[in-house]
Design a protein around this ligand. Structure first.
Ligand SMILES: NC(=O)C1=CN([C@@H]2O[C@H](COP(=O)(O)OP(=O)(O)OC[C@H]3O[C@@H](n4cnc5c(N)ncnc54)[C@H](O)[C@@H]3O)[C@@H](O)[C@H]2O)C=CC1
Ligand SMILES: NCC(=O)COP(=O)(O)O
Length: 572
């Protein structure tokens, strides 16, 4: 758990057995069972790809996500079953569960913490009239009694539950025991509303949310309860305090609309943020049609009119595109529309109506053809919001790169690089990482020439003139910054974990290594703006636009990072 061996966390507190060395050691050898040790999503994808149709895959939610990646289906909308009551049963020991229960109480949901001695003696009972009620075990659990306590807790819960009661069950043993008491032998999963929180329906039609006890932040249970609460049909599970994100549609002739539609419908996105598309509703409908999806695409006048239910996409409809705009063809009309979506989004962000902007790709040629002479979103947003200098950062789980120069020719880039610009870029990168929780980021700075000039062998001393003074200054201030490094080696070193951030001198130096990691991995973040802006790290892909084959992973990840930045303490 978060780099701490499981048996050293308080999650192991209720176990009597010694922690096993591995899953294989815990399970033992069973004929026909293969145990695969994985360390990455790529490993999971390989496992799924190599399994045959009669393989039963058993694993965590990440395995399920890998199955969904390889066999994508259409999002399904399944309304929460009508019910007068929701019962939350928390059978998990651990400080995380305790913090989540405190948050339920903060939302005026009664939490009954049952005394273990009363439970074991069969004397515990609860009478409550609230529409949502939570049951948990008080204090710490003696491992010797844990199974009996869960069983007694399930007995108490079962007495509060009628045929239509909706349930939230945390912890596998708790869930199994409560469902056994109710005679529920089968759950049909409908969707995941937060990491590990699976909404299912029972054969009798009630809604059940199951989730590992250790998962979720402190608001997680409160958000799930809000989702199930009667008369909350307009609330998505996690929308309580979720940030609003203005999601600009980009160039309507490109793949923007067809990556936006599945991303907004993705239940994970709905659990992270409240996205409102700034674009053209009719184009989104066409894109949905291309994908064979039938979402409810609803035009809203303002952010506060948006409603967040599964299957609905809220759009501030600027209605700028003709119905017959060709997919994949350069169009000044689409270029102008893309500009307008950004303009409106930046106004909403500056006014505080949204907490972040997330952008689908625009086509720089189309933007220029429409008379908007900006190299890209980065410079356009800096202009619209009135910020003099910003930096482009690419962020992936494995590698983060900030660029000293971006959309200018290589000769111009080399001419533009100077110690002041290098210093300010490193500072912006450093501050962005500090704000995202890394108090002392390790940063590696690339050189310009091959092998960072190889001590004067290549180039004209650019490293010494343009980079070394900035690095020396920042090191003297105490920053953990190294360089200039040969760029090829810098990325290798960062890939194995030596650096949290690489400072690239020009566009392709930073973009190439990130794009090798895959189209779904990279997110482009504008650093230095007073508002949060993230973006997909792919372009308009005119070659595949309108064909329904574009991958939406980068869009999903861009929304995730927008939401994460918006809920951290400060803007980047
Ligand atoms: N955030 C933004 O607004 C960005 C805009 N662009 C702009 O996009 C336009 C086209 O740029 P290109 O260099 O051609 O790059 P591109 O990313 O549009 O396409 C490069 C290749 O990747 C494929 N591809 C891109 N995204 C994909 C996806 N989601 N799923 C599957 N395949 C995908 C394309 O089919 C193409 O083969 C240019 O005007 C460029 O400036 C480029 C990058 C980012
Ligand atoms: N290479 C990244 C890119 O072209 C996106 O630029 P921007 O539109 O985010 O400025």
């Amino acid at each position: 758990m978060n780099d701490t061996p499981l048996h050293q966390t308080d999650l192991w507190a209720a176990e009597t057995a010694q922690a096993p060395q591995s899953i294989a050691a815990a399970v033992g050898r069973i004929a026909g069972v293969r145990i695969v040790d994985i360390t990455s999503d790529a490993d999971l994808d390989a496992v799924v790809a190599q399994s045959s149709t009669d393989t039963i895959l058993v694993g965590t939610g990440a395995l399920t996500t890998a199955v969904a990646r390889l066999f994508p289906g259409s999002p399904v909308s399944h309304p929460v079953a009508e019910s007068a009551r929701t019962v939350v049963v928390v059978g998990t020991a651990g400080s995380n569960a305790a913090a989540q229960l405190d948050e339920l109480e903060a939302d005026s949901i009664p939490v009954v913490r049952l005394d273990p001695a009363e439970l074991l003696a069969g004397r515990a009972s609860v009478s409550a009239h609230a529409d949502v009620i939570a049951l948990a075990i008080a204090g710490t659990v003696d491992p010797e009694n844990s199974h009996r306590l869960v069983s007694a807790l399930a007995d108490v819960a079962a007495r509060l539950i009628d045929d239509s009661t909706n349930l939230v069950l945390t912890g596998g043993e708790t869930a199994r025991t409560v469902l056994d008491r109710l005679g529920v032998a089968r759950l049909e999963p409908v969707h995941e509303i937060a990491p590990g929180a699976i909404v299912s329906v029972t054969p009798g039609g009630r809604t059940v949310v199951t989730r590992p006890g250790s998962f979720g932040d402190h608001r997680s249970l409160a958000a799930i309860a809000a989702y199930l609460r009667p008369n909350s049909s307009k609330a998505h599970p996690m929308t309580g305090n979720l940030p609003y994100v203005a999601l600009t549609m980009g160039d309507g002739a490109g793949i923007g609309p067809e990556v936006i539609v599945p991303a907004v419908l993705d239940p994970r996105v709905a659990a992270w943020c409240r996205p409102i598309v700034i674009g053209d509703a009719s184009r989104l409908r066409l894109a949905a049609g291309v994908l064979g999806l039938e979402p409810e695409i609803v035009t809203v006048e303002k952010v506060s009119d948006a409603e967040f239910v599964a299957g609905r996409i809220n759009v501030i409809d600027l209605d700028l595109l003709p119905e017959d705009l060709a997919w994949g063809e350069l169009s000044p009309v689409a270029g102008h529309a893309a500009y307008e979506y950004i303009r409106v989004a930046s106004e909403l962000a500056v006014a505080g109506d949204v907490q972040a902007i997330c952008t689908a790709p625009l086509n720089k040629e189309a933007l220029h053809a429409a008379g908007h002479i900006f190299p890209g979103h980065t410079e356009l947003l800096a202009h619209l919001i009135g910020t003099e200098e910003v930096s482009m950062m690419l962020s992936t789980p494995k590698l983060k790169v900030i660029h000293v120069t971006t959309h200018i020719g290589l000769l111009d880039a080399v001419a533009k690089i100077e110690p002041g610009l290098v210093e300010r870029t490193i500072r912006r990168g450093h501050d962005a990482l500090v704000r995202s929780g890394n108090s002392s980021p390790k940063m590696g700075v690339c050189g310009i020439n091959p092998h960072a000039g190889e001590n004067g062998l290549f180039g004209y001393g650019e490293e010494d003139q343009k980079i070394v003074p900035a690095v020396d200054l920042l090191r003297a201030e105490g920053m953990d910054v190294t360089g200039p490094l040969p760029a090829d080696t810098a990325f290798f070193l960062a890939g194995r974990g030596d650096y949290d951030l690489i400072v690239a001198m020009y566009h392709d130096q930073g973009h190439g290594p990130v794009k090798v990691l895959g189209i779904e991995a990279g997110v482009n973040i504008t650093v230095g703006l007073p508002v949060i802006r993230t973006s997909v790290d792919h372009g308009t892909a005119f070659d595949i636009a309108g064909k329904g084959i574009a991958e939406a992973g980068s869009m999903v990840e861009a929304l995730r990072q927008a939401a994460e930045l918006a809920t951290s303490t400060a803007a980047v």
